[in-house]
Design a protein. Structure first.
Length: 429
């Protein structure tokens, strides 16, 4: 049976958790393949709102097993808080339902301190990281000095490794960044306590998925962040530290390309991003507030992880064409279409103007991207409240035309459209 991949098609925050939750109803296993607790995936079920950072979004389906893959970096303290928080709300998060690949890497307080210190040292050149220690953890992984989750099975070995790790990072914190050192013994003891709880969750992730596929089970691979935050294919250096494209699912889970069936690209009906970097279709003023919301609702445009207001702009089809090419998208899931209701006309960016030349291709050079001006096509809007739409015919004609325009311009069919934050507020196209 297949592996289906959910990937962000913009700068993250597209609503991947909401789409993963929907698709998890047909899955046996939901597996996270990249990022760490810098991700913030929101799942709304009735009046219940679940904000997940490490636990895969399929956890709220009682018959689904979730896996944190080898491509993820795990902060044990955050994960345990999330497990306990879910359990308090009646969600079963036992080792039978949640598994952690032994090859995943651990985040420590030293990584977080380094993340904050490096961002402060960059000053005006700050990348805008979530300061969760993600980058430094992936740096250690690449330098072959990281701490793998498999150490959680060896309490004494983990404590010794964490102590040596903190001592090493303290030298950078004090001598290079001018920051206070972290307590060595206390940090090591804390990780020994985490190990006593998390060791039963460990597994060989690649083997587990291989055996599941052989048994005919369906696997849903859940990504974090988005295509334009990918370390290689994003707007470098304003990117995350992992592979957030569909190809990252293969590396981050230990499965081969022949297993993949569908690749679902999730995109908002407009565009947003958090942090620094060029954003050709960005808008400000009342129009931006109209898209962003005030923050009164949990699904307004404020970071789930950071709480920072997101930068917003009209839908950028140059970006979506790029995402479709990079990820080999087979479907698009368009979220937050309901936010556009009430607009008489809706601008859509169909190309860029770069030094007087029109281009429909996303520039790989950051300096060029910074000088790109959006070329808009105006589409007719609609006044109707579409939050109650459940089938294609329920959508107003102009809303249907908007969706069709996106599919035609990107060259990928739109299979799902969300018209609200709740699980049932979806139109299957």
């Amino acid at each position: 049976m297949p592996v289906n991949i959910v990937v962000g098609s913009q700068w993250g925050d597209e609503g991947k958790g909401r789409i993963t939750d929907l698709l998890a109803a047909q899955a046996d296993i939901v597996a996270r393949y990249s990022g760490g607790d810098n991700a913030g995936h929101t799942v709304t079920i009735g009046a219940e709102v679940f904000k997940l950072h490490l636990t895969p979004s399929g956890i709220v389906h009682e018959d689904v097993v979730c896996l944190i893959g080898n491509g993820v970096v795990v902060n044990p303290a955050v994960l345990l808080r999330e497990i306990d928080g879910l359990a308090a709300r009646g969600v079963n998060v036992t080792p039978q339902r949640l598994k952690i690949c032994r090859k995943a890497h651990l985040i420590t307080p030293a990584h977080i301190a380094l993340d904050k210190g490096y961002e402060a040292a960059r000053g005006q050149e700050a990348i805008g990281t979530t300061q969760r220690g993600i980058g430094p953890a992936y740096t250690d992984k690449a330098q072959r000095s990281g701490l793998r989750a498999g150490l959680l099975a060896d309490v004494e070995g983990l404590a010794d490794a964490v102590a040596a790790h903190v001592e090493s990072k303290n030298r950078i914190l004090t001598d290079v960044l001018g920051q206070p050192p972290l307590p060595v013994k206390e940090t090591a003891l804390a990780y020994a306590q985490y190990a006593s709880r998390l060791a039963p969750y460990l597994t060989d992730g690649s083997l587990y998925l291989s055996e599941a596929l052989a048994a005919g089970k369906n696997i849903l691979a859940e990504g974090a962040q988005g295509t334009l935050l990918d370390l290689d294919h994003g707007t470098y250096p304003f990117v995350t530290s992992s592979s957030s494209t569909a190809s990252g699912a293969l590396i981050g889970l230990g499965v081969g390309p022949r297993c993949v069936s569908e690749i679902v690209g999730v995109a908002k009906a407009f565009t947003s991003r958090v942090g620094s970097g060029p954003f050709p279709a960005e808008i400000s003023g009342e129009a931006a507030l109209r898209l962003r919301g005030t923050g009164a609702n949990p699904w307004d445009e404020y970071g789930t992880t950071t709480g920072r207001p997101r930068r917003v702009g009209w839908l950028d089809l140059v970006i979506l064409r790029y995402a479709a090419r990079i990820n080999s998208l087979t479907q698009l899931a368009l979220t937050k279409l309901d936010i556009l209701s009430g607009l008489s006309q809706i601008p859509v960016c169909v190309a860029y103007d770069l030094a007087g030349q029109r281009t429909t291709h996303f520039p790989t050079d950051l300096a060029e991207l910074a000088h790109c001006q959006p070329v808009y096509e105006m589409l007719p809007g609609w006044d109707e409240d579409i939050s109650g739409a459940r089938v294609w015919a329920d959508l107003p004609r102009n809303a249907r035309q908007y969706v069709k325009f996106v599919a035609e311009q990107v060259g990928v069919p739109v299979s799902l459209v969300s018209v609200g934050p709740a699980r049932e507020q979806v139109v299957v196209c």
